[in-house]
Design a protein around this ligand. Sequence first.
Ligand code: ADP
Ligand code: MG
Length: 704
Amino acid sequence: MATSYQLLATPIEYLKGVGPQRAELLKKELNLFTFGDLLHHFPFRYIDRTSFYKINQLMPNTQYVQVIGKVMEKNVVGDGKGKRFVAYFADDTGEMELVWFQGLRWAEKAVEIGKKYIAFGKPGIFRGEYSIVHPDISPYEEETVQADGRLYPMYSSTEKLKSRGLHSRGLEKLLSTLLALVTVHDLPENLTAGLIRQFEFMPRFDAYRQIHFPDKDQTLEQAKNRLKFEEFFFSQVRILQMKSGRKKTSSGFVFSSLDPSFNRFYAEKMPFQLTAAQKRVVKEIRSDLLSGKQMNRLLQGDVGSGKTMVSLLVMLMAIDNSFQSAMMVPTELLALQHYRSLTKLTEGLGLRIGLLTASVKGRERKQLLASLQEGEVHLLVGTHALIEDKVVFKNLGLIVIDEQHRFGVEQRASLWTKNHLPPHVLVMTATPIPRTLAMTLYGDLDVSTIDELPPGRKPITTVHRFDAARLRVFGFMKEQIAAGRQVYIVYPLIEESEKQDYKYLMDGYESIARAFPLPDFAISIVHGKMKPEARDFEMQRFLQNQTQIMVATTVIEVGVDVPNASVMVIESAERFGLSQLHQLRGRVGRGAEHSYCILLTGDKLSAEARARMNILTETNDGFRIAEEDLKLRGPGDLEGTRQSGIEPFHIADLVRDQQILLQARTAAEQILSEDPSLQSEQNASLRNYLLSTRKKEKRWSRIS
Ligand code: ADP
Ligand code: MG
């Protein structure tokens, strides 16, 4: 067993044709450290190398092509950013250009005048001439174009790698070298005989061969199918095992009493009736808290679905059992707001609520920390300041993490250690995770969903307008303000170009101030660079309707609650992601009035940006938006997934391969239900494979 995995663990520099320099690049550019990593660098597409295009057959929308031609002339032209190497490439039907903006020196050397090459790439038109930018080129040899009906792999590469000869063709050579070394012992069967029979899987060893160098379409499909299943299957097995392991081992505090705080609050203080969905999730949580096991639960619910109230009820349960609660939120603004509203809601219950953020300093901070340690503070609201070592609780029983997608895994995990037994954990998110993804990412968390909004919410009408319609939008804002409503105007703030964004915000503020002059209108402005006190002052003015317009950055994205605001105008909406836009929109529609969200964009929109605008104008359903987001961007970009630390899938696609995911999930559940620790002889292959890959696992899931 031990020797089987050694070949694939060999550092990449030891592969013939790699060497130290290329190895450095392969590590840096593609994260390929070992033979095994390279083996998992699967092609992103396949081409039929036996079909060639003539230059006069190229069309404006032609996809990847191969052209055989001769280099007639070559030159370095342009300068600065436009500096490039151009080879003039001709066949008997016409001429085109091969262009390199990077790796000029390499290309200049590689391309010889008068020699024949096969150029591969996606043609474009520049000033009426066809060209291929950064083509794959290889010397033309008669025998390489013999018709053999095979599909050739295309590997993703980078400019730096290409300049070292590691374009797709170069990687293909490395893979063929590698595959010549790999034997069936290096890729032992890892599925059970039962699974292979049930799904008619191709043997594992063959699958790796076929995925790189398929014999034909059909074998390629079989290989893909098997490898995708494998990836999903083992991730599901790990998650399910982790989940049952946690359930077995993590004892947790039991919160049996609901007196006096919970019951008094429920009977006397609740400002409204809980929705059926809120009641249901409170019950789900309560049964966790009675189970004697540590709770690790994700509470998802659309913006405005009333997660805060649920968390307050749960925190009261902790307090009634002599435990402290902590609530961690991503921004100071939100911390302050929660602090205030929780204090107000629980007035008269004799609870002490603390607020801990970076701006709580000096004596005030010292006193707060002391009374926290004494157990005098029942409930602490704060930002990530909560996780500092200096923050010591007397008896922390529950952690609520609001807007969990804004936190990284480590931040969350460090709260874990704040008591001798791990406290119960409730993470809340308004970025709903589609079911299939939740299953994969948070499979070891229990998930509760609030799928209902409190009654009486009026719909939000969302429209998309181009910048040219700005004056009309201003006119509409004036109407709403005249009717007593308030308006948000949000500007994007993206860290990379902070200065520029800041200028953009200020310019925007000025033009708004001109269009909405005093004394008829008063404007607040809130952004990340302001001192917290100043920010709070502006927020309060807006909350109390002393200002009618709030010009802001996305600092108001989460949690801010001003029911009288009925219009959300989002500037440069094309620069925001779907879920962020949905969050921002969630700032309105909180009062009784009909609300509006206006997405302002430039005239030129990419197809994807247009799709985003369309989705938002079509639906208010956070779950649908999350699904669409996943489709548009892929799971790797979905908020929260990048931080989740889960190993990316090499070949399986959470969106397109949901069918396979479900099959894998079902199979994993079935096998584990019969043999939870995979001890039986028939599951030996699964057990061995899991053992052999365990080291690579990250402990990402303790708190996810
Ligand atoms: P989110 O789930 O986005 O955190 P909040 O907890 O901020 O939502 O709730 C949004 C608003 O709805 C708040 O003003 C809150 O007081 C109100 N709310 C919550 N639950 C109910 C309910 N059951 N009935 C009426 N209003 C509710
Ligand atoms: Mg909230």
